[in-house]
Design a protein around this ligand. Structure first.
Ligand code: SF4
Length: 232
C-alpha cells in the first residue's frame, strides 16, 4: 500500500494507474537486472500500462548471470527486453585508451566509460518517450535521498517515475517472494546491487546496498550519470 501526503492509503496498482493514465505516449522502463526492476515491471504489467517499452543498456560488461536472467525474465513475463548498445567506434577508442580495467584508475576514466556505455545509449532509449520508469529507491544511497515518485527529468526532458522510491530493501524482497518473481542469481552469491562485472562485487551481509558498486570510490560519486541532476 502507498500512503499519500494527505495520509490516505491506496494500492500501488491504483497509484501507478493514476500516474500512467495521465501520460500520453510511450512509457519506458529501464531494466538493469536488479530485484527492484522486477518489482516495478510486475507492478506496471499488473496495472495494465499501455505502450510500454522495457529496455536494458547493454554495456557489453554484464555478468553472465545477468545475461541468463535477461532470458529468464523475458520468458517469465512473456516480453522482450530491448537492448541499446553503445556506439562501437567509441567503445573501440575507449578500450584502446583504458584497456580492460582503466575505469578503476580515476573518476574521469570511470565517467568516460559510463558515458559511452550507458549515458549515450540511454539518450537513444529515451528518445520519443513520454516517461521513464525506474526501480530507484531513496534509501539505496546518499545520491538518491531526495528522490520523488514523480519528477521531471531536466536532462532528458521527460517525466521520471520512481514507483518504489520509498520502499525498503526488505519490502522489495518480500514482494519478490510474495509473487514468486524471478531473481538474478547474483543475489544468492552476496551481491546486493547489480551492475557491470568490472565495477561490482559481492559484499558482507551488513554492508550498505550500494557498497559493492565502484567500491574504490566515495559514496557521493557512486552514480553512472543516468540519474544525476545536471544537464546531460
Ligand atoms: S559501470 Fe564500469 S564497466 Fe560499466 S559502464 Fe560504468 S565504468 Fe564502464
Amino acid at each position: 500500500m502507498h500512503t499519500t501526503k494527505a495520509g490516505a492509503t491506496m494500492s500501488y496498482n491504483d497509484l501507478l494507474q493514476q500516474i500512467t493514465s495521465k501520460i500520453k505516449g510511450k512509457v519506458a522502463l529501464s531494466f538493469s537486472y536488479q530485484a527492484e526492476d522486477v518489482v516495478v515491471l510486475h507492478l506496471l504489467l499488473q496495472c495494465g500500462v499501455k505502450s510500454l517499452e522495457v529496455f536494458t543498456l547493454d554495456t557489453g560488461k554484464h555478468f553472465p548471470q545477468s545475461e541468463e536472467f535477461h532470458k529468464e525474465v523475458e520468458e517469465f513475463f512473456g516480453i522482450t527486453i530491448k537492448r541499446y548498445l553503445p556506439n562501437q567506434n567509441s567503445v573501440k577508442s575507449l578500450e584502446k585508451k583504458l584497456g580492460l580495467w582503466g575505469m578503476r584508475d580515476s573518476l574521469e576514466n570511470r565517467h568516460l566509460c559510463c558515458h559511452i556505455r550507458k549515458v549515450e545509449p540511454l539518450k537513444r532509449a529515451l528518445k520519443n518517450k513520454s516517461a521513464w520508469v525506474t526501480g530507484l529507491r531513496a534509501s539505496q544511497s546518499v545520491t538518491r535521498s531526495d528522490l520523488k515518485i514523480v519528477e521531471f527529468d531536466e536532462n532528458f526532458s521527460l517525466f521520471k517515475i520512481n514507483p518504489i522510491a520509498f520502499w525498503s530493501e526488505k519490502q522489495t524482497f518480500d514482494y519478490i517472494k510474495e509473487y514468486n518473481l524471478p531473481l538474478n542469481s547474483l543475489y544468492h552469491q552476496g551481491f546486493k546491487s547489480i551492475g557491470c562485472a568490472p565495477c561490482t562485487r559481492a559484499v558482507g551481509k551488513d554492508d550498505d546496498v550500494r557498497s559493492g558498486r565502484w567500491w574504490w570510490e566515495e559514496p557521493e560519486h557512486k552514480e553512472c550519470g543516468l540519474h544525476i541532476k545536471e544537464k546531460a
